[in-house]
Design a protein around this ligand. Structure first.
Ligand SMILES: [Zn+2]
Length: 488
């Protein structure tokens, strides 16, 4: 029903009435044949009707066209370049004298002159009269060993170390210390050079200069002025206290101490971005320019109207942070009475020996026979001896109306009326009284009533009083008036 365009119907595909179709189609085929004969197909598809006359003709046309195209191709020739003028052997030698040959080719450089008979061989090469050496004291290194390693004789190294030890203990000299040594002239090459002088920083505030005086060594102390005004860093908490304090210049270890100290009094997570931190860090600055930052001395937080001020203070050999009123950190003082695992909790239970349900007024810890039992916290022994179903039993009275009981011991080590400290051994695990096997039955009393040991916390906080409190307050006032270092 579709006919090629331009076949005389004036518009391509046209559906015709059924009656008109046969006659008109016949005429269209006739006219198509005449057109094929009249015009020659110059663009033969070489992929179709291979081997036909048209195909051969197409192939010939294609070949002829290609040949014409090839015949038009321009002909390129290599252009002649410059040619290096050959060097005469003398010129080549001159040139080589100014060149550097890579090491891979023997690193042969310049012209060489052979020794003439006028050249005399040296009997000995001269030595420098003095040499300067800087040695570093390694960690775990010996002072005398460093000197020896750098060319000082064993005797001299030992003598110098002894001379230095009279001024500064050798163990106090920090690793990494640089030793500036001057080694002098020696009589011959087979002996070590004598140490003429030695200078180093023995301590942060002290340098030593050692001069040789004949066989002995003179040690000269050079004190270095040190300013030990602590560093006060103040700033807004912002989005991160850690980042803000780091930016203010606080060392990481001081920030850790700061967080631990204030964490005793407030939840660090509750700090708002507008709160201000205030920390004083130990700091030393030597006249020679070095600085040394130490630990945290003071921790402060400003939360609007509320202020927390904590000062590091040593009481009874223990360093801790006390608040402005002189109250130290609260800490749990209850110790595990025995190293074992809990086998029975406080509360109602079926008694394994008596065979009926009853209140279990303590905690049972399973532990091997003979394991030491310690006082949970300091107190006075109230009872020590046989106590019915408790077997060998010890009861201790503590401060604040608290008491502890320890039952079924194999052996008791304390007497009634004796004072005990926290952690002191009071007896050994056994299975005396009503018991199925070695264990410790541990009780806690509050005003003589048995309570769940897990619910009781023995806490205490150190408190500063009297003259110590005045000294504490004076130090606190001094530290909080230190000029702010980070200028905010
Ligand atoms: Zn028990």
């Amino acid at each position: 029903m579709y006919l090629p365009e331009g076949e005389g119907f004036g518009g391509g595909a046209i559906a015709l009435p059924a009656a008109a179709r046969p006659r008109r189609l016949g005429r269209a085929y006739l006219r198509h044949g005449i057109a094929r004969a009249a015009e020659l197909d110059l663009v033969v598809d070489l992929g179709q009707r291979i081997g036909s006359r048209d195909w051969w003709r197409g192939l010939a046309t294609c070949t002829a066209l290609c040949a014409v195209a090839v015949s038009f191709a321009p002909r390129f020739h290599a252009l002649p370049g410059g040619v290096a003028a050959p060097l005469a052997p003398a010129q080549a030698d001159q040139m080589r004298a100014q060149a550097i040959t890579p090491q891979a080719f023997g690193a042969d450089t310049g012209r060489r002159m052979a020794a003439t008979p006028l050249v005399e061989r040296l009997a000995d090469t001269p030595e420098r009269p003095q040499i300067q050496v800087t040695a570093t004291l390694g960690s775990g290194d010996g002072f005398a060993r460093v000197l020896q390693r750098n060319g000082v004789s064993e005797d001299q190294a030992r003598a110098v170390a002894a001379a230095v030890a009279r001024v500064v203990p050798l163990s106090d000299i920090k690793s990494g210390t640089k030793l500036d040594m001057t080694l002098g002239r020696r009589p011959n090459k087979r002996v070590a050079r004598p140490l003429d002088s030695l200078a180093f920083r023995a301590k942060f505030e002290l340098a030593l200069e050692i001069e040789r005086d004949g066989d002995a060594f003179r040690v000269k102390r050079v004190p270095i002025a040190v300013d030990d005004t602590p560093l006060r860093l103040v700033g807004r908490v912002g989005s991160s206290l850690l980042a803000a304090a780091r930016a203010a210049g606080a060392p990481a270890s001081a920030i850790q101490s700061y967080l631990r100290a204030i964490g005793q009094h407030l939840s660090v997570g509750s700090l708002r971005s507008t709160d201000r931190f205030d920390m004083v860090v130990a700091h030393r600055r030597a006249a020679t320019g070095e600085t040394e930052t130490g630990g945290l001395l003071y921790a402060g937080v400003e939360q609007g109207k509320r202020t927390l001020r904590l000062l590091k203070w040593t009481q009874g050999g223990r360093e801790q942070f006390f608040d402005a009123a002189g109250v130290g950190e609260t800490r749990g003082t209850m110790k595990m009475p025995v190293s074992g695992h809990m086998t029975s909790k406080f509360g109602m239970r079926f008694h394994p020996v008596l065979g009926y349900g009853r209140m279990h007024k303590g905690i049972d810890y399973g532990a091997p026979m003979g394991s030491p039992i310690v006082a949970a916290t300091a107190g006075t022994v109230n009872f020590a001896g046989w106590h019915g179903g408790h077997g060998n039993y010890v009861q201790i009275r503590h401060a604040g109306g608290l008491g502890t009981g320890y039952a079924h011991m194999s052996r008791i080590k304390v007497k009634s009326g004796q004072t005990v400290s926290a952690g002191q051994v009071i007896g050994y695990v056994g299975s005396t009284g009503i018991s199925t096997g070695p264990h410790l039955h541990f009780e806690v009393f509050k005003n003589n009533v048995a309570v769940n040991p897990a619910s009781v916390k023995f806490v205490e906080a150190a408190k500063l009083v009297g003259a110590e409190l005045s000294r504490f307050k004076a130090t606190l006032a001094r530290l909080t008036s230190v000029r702010i270092a980070n200028g905010s």
